[in-house]
Each structure stands twice: as structure tokens, then as C-alpha cells.
Design a protein around this ligand. Structure first.
Ligand code: NOJ
Length: 587
């Protein structure tokens, strides 16, 4: 079956990710909230996005900014209450914007009632988490937490160890226990009954652990990962979840799956897999890491292209790609993959061009549409993220750390820490970028006077207006469903490709243009230096017209291109209207 034989709204959608803590604060406590987001729903509508993925707003002690949930059926006071949430849902739905909620079920907070009861060994709760008895001096195995240090903590109350693949305040649920699975499925039904349109599933490929919890290979990256990433029963659990709760293709289910290969992804996605809509793979954002993210090097463009092309081809017929270059866990994409100084604006547009012209569903992370950049973190006191703080504290605690190593730690934190993505959304050039009237929970990026929504909306040449055009381009079936072909794979600075959509298969006639297939040609110069690109002989340019570019460029392509620094061009065969009105009930 060809993937365009099976159209569904989320394949044609652009999803906007809101990190609520940093989006907009309505009550002056320095923390973003639901009312702040409700006040900005028109902004999202103006951008043209089709869905919002809301990072966790559930009740939480906030050890990991809401990824430590103490009540799945309540909204955290910092964000508002259930009435606010319902108003948000309705305001979005009134504008045909769908709402995707975060599903965090690998772990809970240690303050969740289940954990409290489990620690007291109350009835069936005793087995809701991974508990191991033994000497308080020696953890049950050598697994490492993703946030650094051992993945085990000793609980004095129960006198046993419990597993936490993340922070010690995030104990892992034991998915081998059918009662745990039923609790999770019930909770998911509860949210679906409240009218949500899907879930983004936090580290869903980590829910199954190897039976017996054996030691991991100490020389293989994150110790123990082979026993908890894509573990032995994960497809059984995810498949059960889909059968029990998500057996409606209209519900978007996007799994966050660190460390998956294309082959792994196929097992999660699509009708021949477990039935998820798509996954977030990490290969294109981690390929330049050495041992861990703090060792990230300079991403090489040919390697980046090779990886993205592999995913484009790999999921072309029996799967679906998600498209992202940053999110709340990654540095700002314009700082990591673009050029955030002189060419900030151009490179932000170029990177957006990439994510909106590949096959798959684009995810836009808040502020990306302004070209927001990484922020300077002058000292430990400026940091908020538990992962970065653990990393810095480990360096401080190590008596062997010398001045040079401190400088490396600082550089790594500035380049890679998650707080880069979490600085407040920049709305205006007023104090605190218009994010709050109070003291923001994390510092505002000092470039807010130049980079902000108000200014971007007033400037027709801004990244924001370019993004509006990118989002609108996704109305073309060609860009959603077309076949992908990479050109010039080894070119060190150019990323060029075609997209092609054969009309047969869609059941539609060839357009009035007489062009039998729809075609796109995308050429992107990932460099501060100009570059020349000669089209391969087998790529036709007849019928192609300029659809979008971030500079003044010819309306029709020649066979040789001279591209300026970070220049991006999209040429398309004309739209004869076939793509409009494709799902009138869904748009
Ligand atoms: C992935 C989430 O995106 C991240 O923010 C969180 O810290 C971990 N999972 C643990 O829930």
C-alpha cells in the first residue's frame, strides 16, 4: 500500500510544540500558564498550524519540569486548573487546531500516590515499580540514569532499591504488572473522553526492561541501555496500548523513541507495526555525539544528509516520519545546525525550509518561528535543568577537574543544555520580553529586543512570515506525500533534493498544466560562504517555478545555481488546485 492511499489529518498537519512553563505568563508569578497560552491562541492560528503538542501540565513537584507527574488527572496549580484546560481545548478546537497531550508513563513522580503506597507495600501497589531488596551499599545492577549517576536509589522506608532511568524523583513503573498497564490505559481513555486529539509518548521505547535486570555492558554508551531501550516486551505493551486505547487512526500517537534505528521504528509505526502514527527518532540530532551529548562535535553536513535521507527512504512506504530539528530537550536549531550570528535570519529560514519540505509531519518548537537562539549561561545559578546541573555538579565534585576541563564543561553546557530551549518565549521588546510581569523562572535571552514576536510580525521579511508561508506550503500533497530523492549526497555544504508525486495512485487527473507529475526541487546552502550547484542531468527543470526563497532569486531555475550564504530555494510545478479541499471535514 502506498502511504498516500491512506491520508489522515496528522500526515498533512504542522504541529506546534508549546512548553507551557516558558510560553506566556498571565498572572505575574514568572511561570507560563494555560491562560497565557489561551491569550495567544490567535497567534498560533495566524501562523497557520494545525495542532498543538502541549508539554506536561499535570500536577507535578516539577523535579523535571512536569515529566514527574504526581496526578495524571489534575492540572498543576502553576498552570491553572481543569476549567482553564477545557477553555484552552475549546479555543483551539474553535480554530480547527487540535490538541496533543504529553503521555509520561515510563515513570511517575515519587510523590504520586502509587509510589507512596508502593513504598509502604500497600496491597497491589507493592508491585507497581521495580523494587529490589539487597544491601544498601550496592545497587542491584550497573545501569546508569540518563541524567547521570546510578539508575537506582535506596528507599529507607521500604528498605529496598527502586529503579529510575531518569531523576531519583522519577521512579520507573513496572510494566510487567498488568494492573499498571490497565491503570495507564484507563487514564488515557479518561483524556480521550475529554476530547484530546492524540498523545506524544515520553520515552515510550523504555518501558520494557530485560527480565532479571542484568548488568549492562559498561563500555557501551549509557550503561544498561541494551536492557531498557527497545526492551524485550516493548512491542507487546505498545501493541496492547494501541488495541486497548488508540485503535482509531484519527488519534495521533507519536512515540518518543531515543536510540531507534529505521528497522526499530518500523516495528512501532504503521499497520504492520504496533500501530503508532510516527516516532521521534534521534539519529540526526545525536550523530555527532561522542560518548554523550556533552561531547557533541561539529555536525558534518554529508553525514546529516545521509541520515535524513535514510529515514526518508526507510519509512517511505510503510511508515511515517516526524520532522524536527529542536524541541524542549535540544539546543536551539539555529545555533546547533545554522549560524546564529550574521546569518541568523537566513539560516533559521533555511532550516525551517528543510523540515517543511521533507516527507513527514513537521513539528515547530515555540520560538523557532522567530529564529530564537541559544542563550548565554554565565554561571551555575543561571541553569535550571536537572540534567545540566547534575553534569556541572559532577565536575565540581570531582577533585581532578582542572581549569581547562571546567572551560570544556562550560562550553558544552552553553552549546547543548536543555535550558537553551526553555528560556521564555520572546513576545515584545519590553521587560522580560513581554513573557511575564514578574520575575521569570529562568532568564530571558538578552537578544529579545531584536528577536521578538511584535517585531517579527511587523517585518514582512521576518522568519515568522516566512514560516507562515512554509506552513501554507504543506497544503500541497506533493510536499506531504511525494517521493524523496537526495541530490549531490557528498557535497560539503549543499543539501539538495527533489520530491515527486505521481498523479495516478491518488485517483486524480493530471492538472491543467499538462504536467503528468508534480515535482519539487529544494536547494539549501548550509554555509556562511556562497556555493555553486550544478543540477544532475537527470533532474528536469521544465515547469518548475519559484515557490519560496529566503533571498531574491530567479523565478525559474537554471541548471546551475549560485547560492549565497544560507540561501534556501523551493521550486515547484504549479499547483493546479488538486491539493486544495482534500479533507474538507478535517481542515
Ligand atoms: C523525555 C522528555 O522530553 C524530557 O524532557 C524528560 O526529561 C525525559 N523524557 C524524562 O521524562
Amino acid at each position: 500500500m502506498s502511504r498516500r492511499d491512506d491520508p489522515v489529518w496528522w500526515k498533512e498537519a504542522v504541529v506546534y510544540q508549546v512548553y507551557p512553563k516558558s510560553f506566556a505568563d498571565s498572572d505575574g508569578d514568572g511561570v507560563g500558564d494555560l491562560q497565557g497560552l489561551i491569550d495567544r491562541v490567535d497567534y498560533l492560528d495566524d501562523l497557520g498550524v494545525d495542532a498543538v503538542w502541549l508539554n506536561p501540565v499535570y500536577e507535578s513537584p516539577q523535579a523535571d519540569n512536569g515529566y514527574d507527574i504526581s496526578d495524571y488527572r489534575a492540572i498543576d496549580d502553576a498552570y491553572g486548573d481543569m476549567d482553564d484546560w477545557e477553555r484552552l481545548r475549546d479555543e483551539l478546537h474553535d480554530r480547527d487546531i487540535r490538541l496533543i497531550m504529553d503521555l509520561v508513563v515510563n515513570h511517575t513522580s515519587d510523590e504520586h500516590e502509587w509510589f507512596q503506597r508502593s513504598r509502604r507495600e500497600e496491597g497491589e501497589y507493592a508491585d507497581y515499580y521495580h523494587w529490589v531488596e539487597g544491601s544498601p551499599d550496592e545497587p542491584p545492577n550497573n545501569w546508569q540514569s540518563v541524567f547521570g549517576g546510578p539508575a537506582w536509589s535506596y528507599d529507607d522506608e521500604r528498605e529496598a532499591w527502586y529503579l529510575h532511568l531518569f531523576d531519583e524523583r522519577q521512579p520507573d513503573l513496572d510494566w510487567t504488572n498488568p494492573a499498571v498497564r490497565e491503570e495507564v490505559f484507563d487514564m488515557m481513555r479518561w483524556w480521550l473522553d475529554r476530547g484530546i486529539d492524540g498523545f506524544r509518548m515520553d520515552v515510550i521505547n523504555m518501558i520494557s526492561k530485560t527480565e532479571g535486570l542484568p548488568d549492562g555492558d559498561p563500555d557501551a554508551g549509557l550503561t544498561g541501555a541494551e536492557h531498557f531501550m527497545n526492551g524485550p516486551r516493548v512491542h507487546e505493551y505498545v501493541g496492547e496500548m494501541v488495541d486497548e486505547v488508540l485503535d482509531d487512526e484519527e488519534v495521533l500517537a507519536v512515540g518518543e523513541t531515543p536510540g531507534v534505528s529505521v528497522e526499530d521504528a518500523k516495528q512501532y509505526v504503521g499497520p504492520d507495526g504496533d500501530g503508532l502514527s510516527m516516532v521521534f527518532q534521534f539519529e540526526h540530532v545525536t550523530f555527532d555525539h561522542d560518548e554523550h551529548k556533552w561531547d557533541a562535535g561539529d555536525p558534518s553536513l554529508p553525514e546529516f544528509k545521509r541520515i535524513l535521507a535514510k529515514w526518508q527512504r526507510g519509512l517511505a512506504d510503510d511508515g511515517w516520519n516526524s520532522l524536527y530539528l529542536n524541541n524542549h530537550d535540544q539546543p536551539r536549531m539555529v545555533s546547533r545546525f545554522g549560524s546564529d550570528g550574521e546569518y541568523r535570519r537566513e539560516s533559521a529560514k533555511l532550516l525551517g525550509t528543510l523540515t517543511h519540505t521533507l516527507g513527514g509531519t513537521p513539528f515547530v518548537y515555540q520560538g523557532e518561528e522567530l529564529g530564537m537562539t541559544n542563550a548565554p549561561f554565565e554561571s551555575r545559578e543561571d541553569l535550571r535543568d536537572v540534567e545540566a546541573l547534575n553534569y556541572v555538579d559532577a565536575a565540581i565534585a570531582d577533585p581532578e577537574t582542572d581549569a581547562e576541563e571546567y572551560a570544556d564543561v562550560r562550553e558544552a553546557v552553553e552549546a547543548m543544555c536543555r535550558d537553551n530551549a526553555r528560556t521564555p518565549m520572546q513576545w515584545t521588546d519590553e521587560e522580560h520580553a513581554g513573557f511575564t510581569d514578574g520575575d521569570p523562572w529562568i532568564g530571558v535571552n538578552p537578544n529579545y529586543a531584536e528577536v521578538n514576536v511584535e517585531r517579527a510580525r511587523a517585518d514582512p521579511d521576518s522568519v515568522f512570515h516566512y514560516y507562515r508561508e512554509l506552513v501554507a506550503l504543506r497544503d500541497r500533497d506533493l510536499l506531504v506525500y511525494g517521493d524523496f530523492e537526495l541530490l549531490a549526497p557528498d557535497h560539503p555544504s549543499l543539501f539538495a533534493y527533489t520530491r515527486t508525486l505521481e498523479r495516478d495512485g491518488t485517483g486524480r487527473e493530471a492538472g491543467d498544466s499538462g504536467v503528468p507529475t508534480e515535482r519539487a526541487l529544494v536547494v539549501l546552502n548550509f554555509d556562511d560562504e556562497p556555493a555553486t550547484f550544478d543540477l544532475p542531468d537527470d533532474v528536469a527543470v521544465d515547469g518548475l517555478e519559484l515557490a519560496l526563497a529566503n533571498d531574491d532569486v530567479p523565478e525559474v531555475p537554471g541548471r546551475s545555481f549560485d547560492l549565497g550564504p544560507w540561501e534556501a530555494r523551493v521550486y515547484l510545478t504549479p499547483d493546479d488546485g488538486a491539493a486544495t479541499d482534500r479533507h474538507p471535514d478535517q481542515h
